[in-house]
Each structure stands twice: as structure tokens, then as C-alpha cells.
Design a protein around this ligand. Structure first.
Ligand code: NDP
Length: 231
């Protein structure tokens, strides 16, 4: 299978690996990133694969989002992958919460992915695969929370999971499948050097889930190895 994938946060980490693997499989990649001028590796990938198109998009800049949507109006998007994310301050425990940072994390990880879904759902509905994927995290699972803390990042992903569930219901009639995904603990700037798996291994697993997704999977939360994660 091949088609068109639009991905956010594509200049580094897991997003860049998604671009690389889909491009090498012959997909058209609409590779959105916050600062195109600095996205050297992504632009190099665009030189290697003519179907990789780097696009300027800060996901929290909604006028920029609308400009991108206008530029690709009517173009089918088989997979809309909301990958961009921001961790915010590390080790946020009870009594140590920075409200300004909390709002910033919620804007990036929760509100922006919802706005992406709203803005590009016509493109997704016009495609054959009709998939919206949200990059969540296992730490957003309430059932999995045994260690407490992490108020800022955890809540941003828990709220994103709720968005996935509502979108799955609201977009069902348009044939759109919506998934929440956990990439594993991945060696990136966010995951750190102690993480358990490479971006390459994570994306190989995620890709399988993306390509095999069907309406019965909509509104569910999957680990990169295909197992389901409780909400
Ligand atoms: P990185 O920190 O390596 O990369 C984050 C990416 O998101 C960068 O491309 C960054 O762009 C982009 N980004 C952040 N804010 C914005 C914004 N406002 N607009 C556009 N792009 C933005 O993280 P990972 O690759 O590790 O993470 C990717 C996703 O996976 C995130 O959603 C994260 O929460 C999730 N995740 C990661 C895990 C891990 O172990 N690594 C575990 C669980 C979930 P820029 O270069 O401009 O900053």
C-alpha cells in the first residue's frame, strides 16, 4: 500500500524516522515542521526523495495551520499523523507545578492535535485509508499510573486520549478511523539515551499498526508492538 501521509514534528526524533520509512516505501510525505530554515536533515531527505515535501507548520499557530490547509485543499491524506509533542519541565511533582508551562504543554499536545483533526478531516475523508493517528503516551493512561506525579505531561496525553475517543465517535459516519498510539520508550531528545528502543524499531511497529488499521480499531489505544493499552 502507498498513499499520502501528513505528519507534524517531522524534523527530528520519531517524526523524522516516520518520514524516512514512509518515503522509502514510496509514500508521498507532507512533512510539517516548526522551523523549516533549521530542518537540514528533512530538507536533505526531500532531495533524496522527490515525494517528501517539507512544510512550515508550528502546530500551535492556527493561522499557519489554515494556510497549509488552503494550500492542500482537496488533496487526499490517507494518514494524518499528529506526532509533534512537547514534554515541558521534567520531574513535576506535587507542589512544583509551573502553570505557564502546563498551558504550553496542553496547547501543543492536546489542543493542537484536535485542531489538526478539525482542519484536515476533509482531506482525510477524501482518501482511501482515512486514518487519523494521535501520538499519545503510556503515561497518559490512568490505568497505568502507579507512580503519581508528572502532572503536566500526563494530563496533556490523557486529555488527548479522550479526544481520540470522541473523534472516533464523531467521525465514524465519514469512515474515518482514529487511533491513539504509544511509540515505546524511544531514544530521542525527549526519550533520552537510557530509553529502551531506537526510533527505527518504534516506527517499524507503528507503521504496521497504521497500515493495518480498520474501522473496528477506531477509538483504541495501541502500543508500538500492536498490543492494546488500557485507558
Ligand atoms: P522529540 O523531542 O525528539 O521531537 C519532538 C518533535 O515535536 C520535534 O520535531 C519538535 O520540533 C516537534 N514540536 C514540538 N512542538 C511543536 C510545535 N509547536 N509545532 C511543531 N512541531 C513541534 O520527541 P520524540 O520524537 O521522542 O516524540 C514524538 C512524539 O512521541 C511526541 O508526541 C511525544 O510526546 C511522543 N512520545 C515519545 C516517547 C519517547 O520515548 N521518545 C514516549 C511516548 C510518547 P522542534 O525541533 O521545532 O522542537
Amino acid at each position: 500500500m502507498s498513499g499520502t501521509i501528513l505528519i507534524t514534528g517531522s524534523n527530528r526524533g520519531i517524526g523524522f524516522e516516520i518520514c524516512t520509512q514512509f518515503a522509502s516505501d514510496g509514500w508521498k510525505v507532507l512533512a510539517c515542521c516548526r522551523d523549516l530554515d533549521k530542518a537540514v536533515e528533512l530538507k536533505d531527505l526531500g532531495k533524496q526523495y522527490s515525494e517528501v515535501h517539507p512544510i512550515q507548520l508550528d502546530v500551535t499557530d492556527y493561522s499557519q495551520m489554515i494556510s497549509v490547509a488552503k494550500a492542500i485543499q482537496g488533496e487526499p491524506i490517507d494518514i494524518l499523523f499528529n506526532n509533534a509533542g512537547y514534554y515541558g519541565p521534567k520531574r513535576v511533582s506535587f507542589g512544583g507545578v509551573d502553570r505557564t508551562e502546563w498551558r504550553r504543554v496542553l496547547e501543543s499536545n492536546t489542543i493542537a492535535p484536535y485542531m489538526m483533526a478539525e482542519t484536515f478531516c476533509d482531506n482525510v475523508a477524501a482518501s482511501s485509508h482515512k486514518l487519523i493517528a494521535m501520538m499519545s503516551s503510556k503515561v497518559g493512561s490512568i490505568a497505568d499510573n502507579r507512580s503519581g506525579g508528572g502532572y503536566i505531561y500526563r494530563t496533556s496525553k490523557t486529555a488527548l486520549n479522550q479526544i481520540v475517543k470522541s473523534l472516533a465517535i464523531d467521525l465514524k459516519d465519514r469512515g474515518i478511523t482514529v487511533l491513539a498510539l504509544h511509540p515505546g520508550w524511544v531514544k530521542t531528545a525527549m526519550g533520552g539515551p537510557e530509553a529502551l528502543i531506537s526510533a527505527e524499531v518504534s516506527v517499524r511497529g507503528l507503521k504496521k499498526i497504521l497500515l493495518q488499521a480498520e474501522p473496528s480499531n477506531s477509538g483504541h489505544f495501541y502500543n508500538y508492538d500492536g498490543s492494546e493499552i488500557p485507558w
